[in-house]
Structures are given as C-alpha cells and as structure tokens.
Design a protein around this ligand. Structure first.
Ligand code: BTN
Length: 240
C-alpha cells in the first residue's frame, strides 16, 4: 500500500483488494480510518454494486471509496450520493465532451445514455462510505442496464488526474452543501438529468411503476407523475 496526500485528503492506494468499500467499512469498525480518507484499488476481486449486485472491477478502471464523518440525518446522507455524482460528472467533463454526460436517478452517470459510473453509499455509525466505480477503458456486457466506458466515447482520461479532479469538485460542493444545503447540488444534478420530463419505468421491491419523471424533491427523492397523481420515490431502479 502506498499513501498519498492530496489537499485535505489521504489516499491509501492498493494494487488489489476485495472491495474498497468493504475495507473502508472494516477500518471504520477498527477505528483506523478518518474523515476524508480514501481507499483506492487498481482492481477489485469482489467489487460490490447496489442491490447486492457485483461490480466488474478489472485493472484499468477507477475504484475508490471516500470516507466521511457525518452526524447528519439519513435523508441528508443520501444527498451525499448526488454530491458525489455531480462531482464525478464535473471531473469527467474535463476530459471530453460534457454534452455526453447525464445523471440517472438516483446516482448513476450515463455516457451516451449508457451506465459508466456507479456509486454505492454505505453507512456505519457516524461514518459514510462513498464508493465510486468509473469505467475508464472497459465495461461489462449483459448488465441489467447497458454499460459503457469513457474511452469508447472519446474521453481521454488519466486515472489519477480524474480522481484528483473529483476530489477538487467534491471539496468545493461539500462546502457549498454545508453553507447552502442541497439546492445548489440539486440544480447541478437537474441540469443534466436523464429523461427529465419523459416517461420512465421505476422498479420498486414489490411493484413496477410507469410515469413521467417530473422532478427531484428538496431531499433528492424522485417525483413520478402517474396520471393526475404524483408519487414520491425514495429508492428504486429506473429503466427507460
Ligand atoms: C452501482 O451498483 O451502481 C454501484 C457500484 C459501485 C462500485 C464501487 S467501485 C468502488 C467501491 N467498492 C465497491 O465494492 N463498490 C464501489
């Protein structure tokens, strides 16, 4: 392991791990990790995605977990995933055509309409682990939502610079979030929201809904218009 200091962050860089999120959670339990510390791995053997899925993690892509200490309430914690998505979007925009970038609710980034970045937020005690995977030069086939990678779409990316740009944007937005709340983050996210105003399908644990993606509410929940009723959705999966 190699330790790198960057701005207010400490990056623990490993060649290979099971999962950066798993190590971060374990270190929280052992009291051996701090606010603004990052676990970075060149590859993961058991990368984890949302809904218990795996996250394909061969060498070449970016896999890291940012650890934050936060006493905020749970709805505010979920806002951190939007903060992370927007920070990653702004960082990626520095390497290619920003018009190709869209945010998909709740916290994916699409490039050319296909999933290229995934975010997994996990919580333990006062800590939040923000796990981020960015497909830089490869992506898996046969995923539940079509996947893609940055290089295929013409982005020319240096992995270490991408991480540093992410951290720059994250610091800036985190400060804004502390000072002004969710509004500035929400606006940035909405400015590139995928299928906003269009019909989408949302899968919940026990039902599937079809409706128009109207807006995000003040906490980041999805507002789905079904006929003349609006449904507020706190978690689920969106398909086209
Ligand atoms: C998703 O399902 O969209 C979330 C994917 C999150 C993947 C990242 S890669 C770094 C971190 N460590 C993990 O095991 N998962 C997250």
């Amino acid at each position: 392991m190699k330790q790198i200091h960057y701005q207010n962050f400490i990056i623990n860089h490993y060649q290979e791990l099971e999962s950066t999120n798993s190590l971060a959670l374990q270190m929280i339990k052992n009291n051996s990790i701090h606010h603004n510390q990052i676990i970075l791995a060149d590859l993961q053997n058991s990368g984890r995605g949302r809904m218990g899925r795996n996250w394909a993690s061969p060498q070449g892509n970016l896999y890291f977990s940012l650890v934050l200490k936060s006493q905020k309430s749970i709805n505010q914690i979920s806002q951190i995933s939007f903060l992370a998505a927007v920070s990653a979007g702004l960082a990626i925009a520095e390497f290619g055509d920003e018009k190709k970038i869209n945010y998909k609710w709740p916290n994916d980034i699409l490039i050319d309409g296909k999933k290229t970045v995934g975010i997994l937020l996990e919580k333990d005690a006062d800590f939040v682990v923000v796990g981020i995977g960015v497909n830089i030069n490869s992506h898996p086939e046969q995923t539940s939502y079509p996947a893609y990678n940055l290089e295929n779409s013409g982005f020319v990316v240096d992995k270490e610079t991408l991480l540093k740009k992410f951290l720059d944007h994250f610091s800036d937005l985190y400060q804004k979030w502390q000072n002004f709340g969710f509004v500035p983050i929400r606006n940035l996210w909405l400015s590139k929201a995928y299928n906003l105003g269009k019909e989408i399908n949302v899968n919940l644990p026990n039902e599937s809904l079809k409706g128009v993606f109207k807006n995000l509410d003040a906490d980041g929940n999805l507002i789905l218009q079904i006929g003349d009723k609006a449904r507020i959705i706190a978690s689920g999966e969106v398909f086209n």
